[in-house]
Design a protein around this ligand. Structure first.
Ligand code: MCN
Length: 792
């Protein structure tokens, strides 16, 4: 038997190269290319009165200066609205270079192309932009007050207002025996990938084609956008995502202004042109997320069962909505988590502010939803004096109620239906893993030693594997190497390893024989991208289907060579052999040769293909009817709807009674993403997510002043957890397969981050004895809360 590799914790084959500094990122490409720097707005809200470049023109090495007025045709039009929604009544997208108004600090106004970046920056320094200042709208409170407007024609700064309801929640709450009310806040944060954005482009005038390298999560989508904006056939545009040093959502926006401007400059100047984002640019001109205010009213019976839930969300969408309103839609449609809420009403306002745009950051609105729901569960438990796990258990959707339809409608207008999941079993595992029932004993011992500890938990459900489709290509080379390509990109998820495992099993070859390429439109043309924890479900199933095609063909071709019935054949360790007669076999490499349109024959004695054998029938065509040359296949997978992974986290914290320092003593995760392709990769994904969740709960926030200046736009001031702050993560899995796809897979890439703020708030609250309603929380904030609580 071939060793089965699906489900094996194989070490990631990407790591030796990446960890030893041999990764190849956009900035490693095209030395000697012209380089770009941008004049960006220093103001949050202003009209552009004049741009004076006179002083810049005599700088040695200057090649070109472009403003909005220089951009022709579609290049000069606003960027596309990527995900429209009927509820997005006032969508606004930016221009690649600001036209006559800027709406956040960092918005690009002038593009300078020079012989190197230093010269380009010097030129930028000499360009004078005259502004007419407008009052900025900063913060959700100012936005919802609606007195000052970001866009003159958007009343109340409301980009979108949506309500979803089932039953009469206000009435259900009114008549409920118990009610809790919560006002919550999650602050703005951002994904902060190690590598910022970067674009390199070259126009080949002989071939009339454009090659673009970009640090993206969606190379095929960038290709479509570049082709459309530049008026080129997509076939003449190649977009390649080389190694991408993290994306976490910020690199799904396509196109970024720079992804249009750099290729356009390369085409216009007929030179290689590149731009590498610096860290400050990344902070002020890419994207943030999370910022939300939430108001919740929940009515429940004396056992803690929800009867009605009424949630209002105010979401800060920044200055523009190029990515639509997907983040608040996800918060609002997925916040119900694993629970049955009774009647519910969930409403959100997506609001413009004069701050950098908001697009999905790992978790994409779910951390906020989880925070709302899990804070509510804890508040119910406290109100009734019940154990927090018990209240949750009583509200769970049960396995035999799957598939479960809350009545929510998703972004695409389709119902959002949970496909499978065993929430009670997940909770049982978590209680055992963290030792929930023994904690009170531990607390007593800790207290006796003068230590203050607390335990918290949080549950989440995550829609993963969103469509519309993804594809895969599998080919057996004549040396036996199995080449796999998918159009989606990789930013560190370990796809090269995981997809090789899928193909190895489907095809019956050793995993080492399989090589995988991602994110290169030359290798695979039709794809969507890596986001929404969709790669394993989408490309995993597409590649498996392609491998099955190849397998069937291999059996057909080998059957002829072995003079056997294909049904009597199997593929083991890369050999096609007659079942029960291992001596009668042919290697896949030979089958690949035999699949060539040229006539080959199989030599029984040498077990090899012989060239140009005379066909038995001279009239026989060189390629059999209906057969295509090559041992290869392409297949696509398109799911009926998303599949829902779920999980639960528990954390034990200690809060210092004097300094209010918050230490994580244990962090436990139980996760269910259906069939595991590679448990080690999934655990790595969860650990990475937990690091970001801990960051969001305890350290990371974007601090804007009233003028809309981002005060902590550097890693000196924006606190991130280092290895010393990230806890050891104890992980356990359940595998409830998804009935929606052949491999039974659900996604895992965002799971770790979702309950970070919710679970830490739960544990800190338990340690301190007063309610935590706002995250992140720093020691000084905890200290102030203690003082306020002590003062009553
Ligand atoms: N996997 C598995 N078995 C499963 C599910 C997943 O073995 N049942 C494996 C997959 O094969 C893949 C990895 O786990 O190698 C993540 O798979 P999946 O859940 O499909 O997520 P994607 O590959 O689509 O990745 C996207 C997801 C998102 S949305 C963000 S944001 C994110 C994340 O992945 N950004 C990341 N993880 C990241 N990890 C790194 N290192 N860098 C980023 O930018």
């Amino acid at each position: 038997m071939t060793t089965r590799s699906l489900g094996e914790p194989i070490a990631r084959r990407e790591d030796p190269r990446l960890l030893s500094g041999q990764g190849r990122y956009v900035d490693d490409i095209g030395h000697g290319a012209l380089e770009v720097a941008f004049v960006r707005s220093p103001h949050a809200h202003a009209r552009i009165v004049d741009i004076d470049v006179t002083d810049a023109l005599d700088v040695d090495g200057l090649v070109a200066i472009y403003t909005h007025e220089d951009l022709p045709g579609r290049v000069g039009e606003p960027l596309p609205l990527l995900i429209p929604h009927p509820g997005l009544t006032h969508g606004r997208t930016p221009y690649a270079l600001a036209k006559d108004e800027v709406n956040h600090v960092g918005e690009a106004i002038v593009m300078v192309v020079a012989t190197d970046r230093y010269v380009a920056e010097d030129v930028c320094d000499r360009i004078r932009v005259e502004f007419d200042f407008l009052p900025p709208v900063v913060g959700i409170d100012n936005a919802r007050a609606g007195e000052l407007l970001v866009h003159d024609d958007v009343p109340g700064n409301v980009a979108a207002h949506l309500v979803q309801e089932v039953g009469n929640a206000p009435a259900a709450i009114e008549s409920a025996p118990n009610v809790v009310e919560l006002d919550l806040e999650i602050e703005r944060s951002a994904s902060s990938p190690m590598e910022g954005k970067g674009v390199w482009a070259r126009w080949d005038s002989d071939d009339q084609s454009l090659r673009v390298y970009t640090s993206t999560q969606a190379s095929t989508s960038v290709r479509a956008a570049v082709a459309a904006k530049l008026g080129l056939p997509a076939d003449r545009v190649e977009v390649i995502a080389p190694d991408v040093g993290g994306g976490f959502g910020v690199k799904i926006v396509h196109p970024w202004p720079e992804e249009i401007l750099i290729p356009w400059a390369a085409l216009t100047l007929n030179r290689e042109v590149k731009w590498t984002e610096d860290r400050r640019e990344h902070f002020v001109s890419s994207a943030h997320e999370r910022g939300q205010l939430q108001r919740i009213r929940a009515g429940f019976d004396d056992d803690g069962r929800l009867l009605g839930l009424d949630v209002t969300l105010w979401h800060d969408n920044g200055a523009y909505t190029p990515y639509g309103i997907i983040v608040p839609i996800i918060t609002s449609t997925q916040l119900l988590g694993p629970y049955k809420p009774g009647a519910y009403r969930v409403e959100f306002f997506s609001l413009y502010t004069n701050t950098v745009i908001v697009t999905p950051y790992r978790g994409a609105g779910r951390p906020q939803g989880c925070f709302a729901m899990e804070r509510t569960m804890d508040a119910i438990a406290e109100h009734l004096g019940l154990d927090r796990t018990v209240v949750r258990e009583r509200n769970f959707i049960q396995p035999d109620e799957m598939p479960y339809d809350h009545g929510m409608v998703f972004q695409d207008g389709r119902p959002l239906i949970y496909d499978s999941g065993d929430y009670p079993a997940t909770l049982d595992k978590l209680r055992e893993l963290v030792g929930w029932d023994e904690f009170e004993q531990y607390r007593t011992q800790a207290r006796a030693a003068g230590r203050q500890v607390g335990i918290g938990m949080a549950c989440y459900v995550e829609g993963t594997g969103v469509g519309p489709y993804e594809g895969g290509f599998v080919k057996v080379e004549t040396d036996g190497t199995v080449v796999v390509a998918t159009g989606l990109t990789s930013q560190g998820q370990g796809h090269q390893t995981a997809f090789a495992q899928v193909v190895a099993d489907e095809l019956g070859v050793p995993v080492e024989k399989v090589v995988v390429t991602t994110g290169d439109t030359r290798r695979f043309k039709y794809a969507v991208g890596t986001f929404a924890s969709r790669a394993a479900v989408m490309s995993g199933n597409a590649i498996a289907a392609a491998a099955r095609k190849v397998r069937e063909k291999a059996l057909r071709v080998a059957a002829e060579a072995l003079e056997a019935d294909p049904r009597d054949l199997e593929i083991v360790d890369g050999d096609v052999r007659v079942k029960g007669a291992p001596g009668s076999s042919v290697p896949l490499s030979t089958v690949a040769v035999l699949s060539n349109p040229l006539r080959y024959a199989f030599d029984e004695e040498t077990q090899r293909a012989t060239q140009f054998a005379t066909p038995a029938d001279p009239d026989e065509p060189p390629v059999a009817d209906g057969e295509e040359p090559g041992l290869e296949g392409t297949a696509y997978y398109s799911p009926p709807r998303s599949t829902f992974a779920n999980g639960m986290h528990a954390v034990i914290v200690e809060t210092d009674p004097d300094t209010a320092e918050i230490s994580i003593l244990r962090y436990c995760v139980v996760h269910d993403c259906g069939t595991l392709i590679n448990p080690r990769i999934v655990e790595g994904q969860i650990h990475g997510g937990v690091a970001q969740g801990v960051g969001g709960a305890l350290y990371e926030r974007m601090v804007y002043d009233d003028a809309g200046q981002l005060l902590n736009a550097s890693f000196m001031d924006f606190l991130m957890p280092y290895a010393t702050e990230v806890p050891v993560v104890e992980t356990d899995h359940l595998e409830t397969p998804s009935p929606l796809n052949p491999l039974g897979i659900k996604g895992a890439g965002e799971a770790g981050v979702i309950p970070g703020s919710a679970v830490l708030a739960s544990a800190i609250e338990d340690a301190e004895g007063f309610r935590i309603t706002r995250m992140p929380i720093s020691p000084s904030e905890l200290h102030h809360l203690r003082a306020r609580h002590a003062a009553g």
